[in-house]
Design a protein around this ligand. Structure first.
Ligand SMILES: NC(=O)c1ccc[n+]([C@@H]2O[C@H](COP(=O)([O-])OP(=O)(O)OC[C@H]3O[C@@H](n4cnc5c(N)ncnc54)[C@H](OP(=O)(O)O)[C@@H]3O)[C@@H](O)[C@H]2O)c1
Length: 249
């Protein structure tokens, strides 16, 4: 119970990496806000799993690219669970996987701006309370593609590189206020977001991965837990790849 009585918001936690993270933080004692934008049913399933395991959580619909939604989600969290100690910015802003020459500006803008809003708004709303209390922990979910490009991922790489830079700036500015900001960068991880990836490609990725398997949402959740726990109390501004050794830093 290394997060006993801590309050956490995990954005985009109805599915995939966010769902695994919400469940793991709750299993370690955190009271968690499970967030979704469309899939209420999936969010309810996560909520149900947490409460049946003896944890405490609430389910909140909020589009994290809309400031008013984020403000309402934080207010609901404070009212039901208490002041926010941990913020995990995880929500997946989807994008077409297309070569640069075929990219449409509208799609590029939607991805890059969406990613920034999904990061900026939750931080802007939650950080003042953390500053007041002199403590807090923010984990931003990037991607290995922020440092190592992949064909068709120009918008994703640009957006996640911006997330990395934003996170380091916040770590620098908020460190003296007792707030740590770290980045977890998953490699290809088995979620709906990569449902387009054929089985043969997954097998090829696994075969070339030093740890010889494909990433699972729980692998990423474990890294997030480390940054949320006191074990990482002297760690801020870092970038942790979670990819079985495909990317070594
Ligand atoms: N999977 C990978 O291979 C991989 C690799 C590198 C990085 N990542 C990053 O890891 C994070 C999680 O990805 P994932 O693969 O777990 O995605 P996913 O399985 O597609 O799940 C996406 C989650 O984000 C939520 N969401 C989407 N837009 C939202 C919005 N505007 N407001 C609030 N919630 C929103 C979805 O809610 P609904 O269920 O309501 O739609 C869902 O809970 C993302 O930041 C992604 O870029 C993933």
């Amino acid at each position: 119970m290394i997060l006993r009585d801590k309050v956490a918001i995990v954005t985009g936690s109805s599915r995939g990496i966010g769902a695994a993270t919400a469940k793991l933080l709750a299993a370690h004692g955190a009271k968690v806000t499970v967030n979704y934008v469309q899939n209420r049913e999936k969010g309810e399933k996560v909520l149900d799993e947490i409460t049946r395991a003896g944890g405490k959580a609430i389910l909140v619909r909020a589009d994290v690219t809309v400031r008013e939604d984020v403000e309402a989600m934080v207010k609901k969290t404070e009212d039901a669970l208490g002041a926010v100690d941990i913020l995990v910015n995880n929500a997946a802003i989807h994008f077409p996987v297309t070569s640069f020459l075929q990219y449409k500006w509208e799609d590029f803008e939607k991805k890059v701006l969406g990613e920034m809003k999904a990061l900026y708004y939750p931080c802007q709303v939650v950080v003042p309370g953390m500053v007041e209390r002199g403590a807090g922990c923010i984990v931003n979910i990037s991607s290995g593609l922020s440092r190592v490009p992949g064909p068709g991922f120009v918008a994703h790489s640009a957006a996640k590189s911006a997330l990395d830079g934003f996170s380091k700036s916040l770590a620098l500015e908020l460190g003296p206020r007792g707030i740590r900001v770290n980045v977890v960068a998953p490699g290809a991880t088995d979620t709906d977001a990569i449902a387009f990836m054929p089985k043969e490609m997954r097998e090829r990725v696994a075969a070339h991965t030093p740890l010889r398997r494909f990433g699972q949402p729980d692998d990423v959740a474990g890294a997030v837990l480390f940054f949320c726990a006191d074990y990482s109390r002297f760690v801020t501004g870092t970038y942790l790849p979670v990819c079985g050794g495909n990317q070594m830093s």
